[in-house]
Design a protein around this ligand. Sequence first.
Ligand SMILES: [Zn+2]
Length: 421
Amino acid sequence: MRAETFEFLRCPYCGGRLELVESLFHRRDGDEIVDGIIACHCCIFPVVDGIPVMHLLPAATSAREHVEAKRPDLARRVMFGLDDPAQSDIFDRVAASPDATYKETVEAFGPNFEGGYFLYRFGDPTFVVADAVVHAVAGTVLADGGRAIDICGGSGHLTRSLVAVSREAPVLADLYYAKIWLARRFTAPECVPVCCDGNAPLPFARGAFRFAMCTDAFMYIWTKRQFAGEMERLIDPDEGGKPGAAVIGHTHNARTWSPSHGQPLPPEAYAALFETTAPRVFAEAGLFADLLGGHGLDLLREDGRDALDRDPALTIVASRHPGVFARHAPPKPHGRARGVFRLNPLYRAAAEGAGGDAVTLRLHFPDADYEQEYGACRRYLPDEVTVARPLLDQLPSSTLPDGLAGLAARRVVLDLPARYY
Ligand SMILES: [Zn+2]
């Protein structure tokens, strides 16, 4: 936990600032707190492996006791939810290996860890839309500085998108400690990780951020009114400060059915949650069509009631920034990877051409549930594609090989974090 985090971290219950309790067990690495106890006016919270745990759920209380007893290793196990000692040993071995990949580490959490689809996240249609919204909206409001927060950001796939448009490290907040830990290690190592409960007041100062986002999670939040109010509080600027933006991306629609439904609201009820900023509600199908058309994102559009009512997924954007509700150019393709260019993990080599000079790649879904939920990826991912073997052999690569730009544009080739799979 970096010292700068104290500038905007606040107790979710008393609102007070936090400081390290020097008299209790703690470990530092330079000016970062690795393990320790931080205190406000009302509570004490543990910092476990660099991540402050800002809630009082049972695991957090056990973890705090382990840190106080000078056993940060046991605190981390509790936060990971690794109850089975055999699985804990497997995990500790994998986590200790500097070569372990994201995929191997997710698997080491055991079969109960909800990790199955994360591997495909960078290529799925929900991500494609949300990533474009981040580039358009966060890219606009953060153009001259300010910090972003990804609330309920899971293992940091979209936090990585925020890193690309931020000068200051974005905050990744989530209830699931294991996911944040994975993000900091693999997906978005630049992020400031904070473990907190989205159903409680958020542990940050008023106006600490210029962009606040919650994507693909809001329908699982019970205290929706409080959450939207908290987003508005987090981006509330000081007198004369720059206007920010709040985005609820990919939230389900109560008027339609969708897999993993949650407790969604109808479109107008989402809009009504925001009391200080005028939001616009977009049907995700329209945003997706914009991107397939290659023209960027049109946030000037006003989706009518029919379009909103029939779309299973909605995006809500609240902002007073004059540049947000505009037509946004598509993100420019990059020849140099932020991580490494690799084949989308949904593709498998199906057949070799004569002489072995060409390879046919075939789209392969992990299971029928994935296909049902994310099958819209067929709109940009071809069922089958043939690639020259020497081109394919250049992957993984930090620069995009000439000749693969077309496949990168179709997301058959992706810019993935290092050591992803
Ligand atoms: Zn407090």
